[in-house]
Ligand binder design. Structure first.
Ligand code: PMP
Length: 406
């Protein structure tokens, strides 16, 4: 099947604009993806026709709002192949999903002297919540290292896991190195020792067809805005039997069954973890985004992104003095690089003037930068609406910047 990128681009209104008088080349998809028109339409339609708070109303709009929200939950369930909608918790993003698990799982299962393992390539969102937990509980944080290509040293888990290890938190896809981690293997290894696994799927949820049952993940965190949905919405998938055993992380409306000053009882799953007014419009728009992605063809999109990755890698490597940070065996379309001594910020600022949006800095992965002894990188992260012509523009742009600094 030919991947019709022109047709796809026409679905994303933002892509046709000019920046600094140049056609926008958007290569910052790791930070956030652009939204197809159908997602924008869902938001507008909801606010102009349906909007009413969910779960608490007897009137028609509230009923419609509630149905749309719960339908969105079912769409997410299907998208990740969870067993039940009670395993789908809407959050504000991957960060909130991870914090939820670090707090609630931590309260139930982590005590003094216990151990939590994170990998060396985690986003700060999958480090700091665990550090906070370990400080609170006097537990120990251990680190699974990666090698200089950016491959996790999975075999080291055998040494790291002890009978005090409670959970491993690892990303599916690294946002700064582009590594696709062997999470199924990691989960199997962890489970062999009775250890639970949280997968940070902020970058990974769109990397192929996701099947949480096949992975046997205990928890999987998803970011809505990185999978063509709006900001402010995310998902935590958790196995029902685990979610039932862990306490709520925030208190408020909707998450309760009964409240008195003597005692509060909690709502059933998944509502126990959704305190306050949910982002129901975000959830509905996320569902539209997931359906859109499925209609494009997830496997075809990933194949096309891999082609772009290969093309970009080869093209960038023709530039003398350009070094790619992150050369793992399995990679997704995220390329971090440095050119000679040129500071990533200088590169980013000048490329911006050419209409090319890339990200510079540590990408919220300071330990990754420390591993390579660098301050930051230039990162081009590609999506299925990008083209080889855009990659050519990036390569030309980088060459120009290099000339300026020669
Ligand atoms: N983990 C990874 C690997 C990420 O790339 C990001 C976002 N940069 C996050 C977590 C945080 O996601 P969110 O913005 O949904 O909180």
């Amino acid at each position: 099947m030919v991947f019709n990128v022109d047709k796809i681009r026409s679905d994303f209104p933002i892509l046709s604009q000019q920046v600094h008088g140049k056609p926008l080349v958007y290569f910052d998809n790791g930070a956030t993806t652009q939204k197809p028109k159908c997602v924008l339409d869902t938001i507008e339609h909801f606010y102009t026709k349906i909007n009413a708070n969910i779960h608490r109303g007897v009137h028609k709009l509230s009923d419609e709002s509630t149905k749309a929200y719960e339908q969105a939950r079912e769409t997410v369930r299907q998208f990740i192949n969870a067993k039940s909608t009670c395993e789908i918790i809407f959050t504000s993003g991957a960060t909130a999903s991870i914090n939820l698990v670090a707090f609630s799982f931590g309260e139930a299962f982590v005590g003094e002297g216990d151990e939590v393992i994170v990998s060396e390539m985690e986003h700060h969102s999958n480090i700091v919540p665990w550090q906070l937990l370990c400080e609170r509980k006097k537990a120990k944080l251990k680190v699974l290292p990666f090698d200089d290509n950016g491959d996790l040293m999975v075999e080291k888990l055998d040494e790291l896991i002890t009978n005090r290890t409670k959970i491993i938190a690892v990303n599916h896809v690294s946002n700064s190195l582009g590594t696709v981690n062997p999470i199924k293997q990691i989960i199997a290894k962890a489970h062999a020792h009775g250890v639970k696994v949280l997968v940070d799927g902020a970058q990974g949820a769109k990397h192929g067809i996701l099947d949480v049952q096949d992975l046997d993940a205990d928890f999987y965190a998803i970011s809505g805005h990185k999978i063509y949905g709006p900001t402010g919405i995310g998902v935590l998938y958790g196995k029902q039997e685990l979610l039932e055993q862990i306490p709520p992380w925030q208190g408020g409306g909707d998450m309760i069954a009964t409240v008195s000053f003597e005692k509060t009882t909690f709502n059933e799953l998944p509502f126990k973890f959704e305190a306050g007014t949910a982002n129901y419009i975000g959830a509905a728009a996320l569902a539209t985004a997931l359906k859109y992605y499925q209609s494009v063809g997830i496997e075809a999109a990933v194949r096309y992104e891999n082609e772009l990755l290969e093309y970009a890698t080869q093209s960038l490597l023709t530039i003398n003095g350009l070094r790619i940070i992150g050369t793992a065996k399995e990679k997704t379309s995220i390329i971090s690089f440095l050119v000679g001594n040129i500071h990533p910020f200088d590169m980013g600022m000048i490329l911006d003037k050419m209409g090319i949006a890339i990200r510079t800095g540590t990408h919220c992965t300071e330990p990754v930068m420390a591993h390579f002894g660098i301050d930051g990188t230039v990162r081009a992260s590609l999506a299925f609406y990008n083209t080889k012509e855009e990659i050519d523009k990036l390569v030309e742009g980088v060459k120009k910047v290099k000339m300026m600094f020669a």
